[in-house]
Design a protein around this ligand. Structure first.
Ligand code: CDP
Ligand code: CDP
Length: 222
């Protein structure tokens, strides 16, 4: 069984995907973390974020690995756990530029399909239902208003101990900018797959979203 969860920034994709994966013992794959790792690699190699060739070579040199961790998935770059470092505002501000590079996308999509293999998997991102796993059994398109997503992101940073140097309005503006870039890029833009079920979580709790997704999965398991 393959479950794809796509949607804009901070809609709650990774939070609910992790819970559903735990409940069903599915493998969880956070594809956003992979593009964040590519962005971190670019920065650490002092490369311009548009330098596709340089970034691809640096990814080959460092390597990106996903490992199961206590809190979901650990991201390892050059043998080092960078799970927290990839979430900083600096990396977040540049990830859409790096993720729009065709060569980077091709490399990550290959890796994502390899990781999915033939196991039960739940994968979240922007192009999972449209490109990475077009035959996924369940496709969810998770949305929420930009304001509520900004509020969630701010809380999330506070909980993780990441210092938010921006106001709520600035976080919302950044989220909207990233959504625009992700939806308008040429390759695999953020887009609802024709056969995806849309869930608007603006006024839903995490548990309600999890239940809605579990219901869709159960329908397919029958
Ligand atoms: O957690 P948040 O929603 O802020 O973002 P993320 O899921 O960690 O993804 C970070 C960025 O990676 C997105 O803004 C996209 O530019 C890119 N991404 C992508 O292009 N395709 C995916 N399948 C997943 C993420
Ligand atoms: O993965 P994505 O960027 O879509 O979102 P996330 O990293 O899971 O962040 C969503 C944040 O909103 C987390 O801090 C959740 O606790 C919170 N939240 C949620 O995910 N779903 C709700 N219905 C309400 C709040």
């Amino acid at each position: 069984m393959q479950v794809a969860i796509d949607g804009p920034a901070s809609a709650g994709k990774s939070t609910v995907a992790k819970i559903v994966a735990n409940k069903l013992s599915f493998v969880y794959i956070d594809t956003g973390a992979m593009y964040r790792a590519c962005t971190l690699i670019a920065r650490d190699h002092d490369l311009e974020y548009g330098n596709e060739k340089g970034i691809l070579a640096a990814i080959d040199e460092d390597g990106i690995k996903l490992e199961p961790g206590e809190k979901g998935q650990k991201v390892i770059v050059a043998g080092k756990d960078v799970s927290l470092e990839i979430r900083t505002p600096e990396i977040t501000a540049h990830v859409s530029e790096v993720s729009a590079l065709p060569g980077v996308r091709a490399k990550m999509v290959d890796l994502q399909r390899q990781l999915a293999g033939s196991t039960n998997v739940i994968m979240d991102g922007r192009d999972i239902g449209t490109t990475v796993l077009p035959k996924a059994d369940v496709k969810i398109f998770l949305v929420a208003s930009a304001r509520s997503r900004a509020e969630r992101r701010m809380l999330d940073w506070q909980e993780k101990g990441i210092e938010a140097k921006q106001s709520l309005e600035e976080i919302e503006a950044d989220i909207s900018k990233r959504d625009y870039l992700d939806s308008h890029r040429e390759i695999s833009p953020l887009k609802k797959a024709d056969d995806a079920i849309e869930i608007d979580s603006t006024h839903m709790t995490i548990d309600q979203v999890v239940d809605a997704i579990l219901t869709e999965i159960k329908k397919k398991q029958k």
